[in-house]
Design a binder for this molecule. Sequence first.
Ligand code: IMP
Ligand code: ZN
Length: 349
Amino acid sequence: MDLDLDRFCRELPKIELHAHLNGSLSRSTMLQLQRYYADAGISDETNAFFDEFQIGAGDTRNLSDCFQVFNIAHALTSTPETLKLATTLTLQEFQEDGCCYIELRSTPRDTSHMTKRQYIDTIVQAMQKSSQSLSIISLLIVSINRSNSISEAEEIADLAIEYHKKFPNVVVGLELSGNPGCGKFENFVKIFSKTRTAGLKVTLHCGEISNPEEILQMIQFKPDRIGHGTCIHPKFGGTDDVWEALCKSGIPVEVCLTSNVNTKSAPDYSSHHFKYLYDANIPVILCTDDKGVFATSLSQEYRICLDTFLLDKVKIASLALNAIKYIFAEDKRKLLSDKVQNFIDKNCV
Ligand code: IMP
Ligand code: ZN
């Protein structure tokens, strides 16, 4: 293992644009949350399932099975106090891994201890508080789970608009995620059109499974970014039409290497669709998706990408630099570009 490259990937100021809060909880964070429940006398039954939370290489579970693991994290973020702690600790971990800007995403839930409104409010407060002690810039993308009802999605979208108006520098986007085998994008189009008109940016999990018709609908909707884009190239279950539409669109793709490999959406790193996107000059942004579930980190994703696709330091650092063009906080672009460029000038001679 080349330690120098490990350190380079860790110290490179990185941009995280696709991280689900409840999928990002580390084991240490989960233990702290569990301790909180114990101290508060609230029963939680997650202990027995801890070992099922992580999905490593060679795990027999597939993408569809993976959605069940989030229930384990959800059991630990059902109160405002633990949700706040989960957000703060997760931001801290991203910062320690050299991430200087993060758009964290999460699906508001009603629990026995809080409403969806309190859920969003709690994360916003945690982000604002963290900005006083942490250097990482954090923003929130509100998630809609495509497995849930349209009325639930409407309720979440209205809250996202309300909080975007109140906190335009924190709540910046709306995204569609959840089990790609459930629900249809066409049923959510009206909702995303409404939030876009209200000023929220849009990112969609797109093409996680082969569904060329829906992929085309998504690309024609012109989201600001898409997540994964696994089954768009004809080699991976897409069609020439959808691939061409993506190439022409210029829509950037949030790529999550380990997530795709561990859920068997990609057979292995070397045959991951990253190469096809990169070679076609489609903007790619390396992201973690669920760093807790997939036991990874953003710097590890950069290192794997560097090794697998034989990129040099300048090329791998350029991925971080280019990602800045696609962040939702437009006013932060100059500051971040200067930071990454400085690092490149100092470390890529
Ligand atoms: P949360 O939104 O903070 O609760 O994070 C967990 C949620 O993110 C899950 O319940 C899913 O809806 C979503 N999610 C996490 N990983 C993926 C993925 O790979 N594909 C689609 N949705 C995902
Ligand atoms: Zn995701």
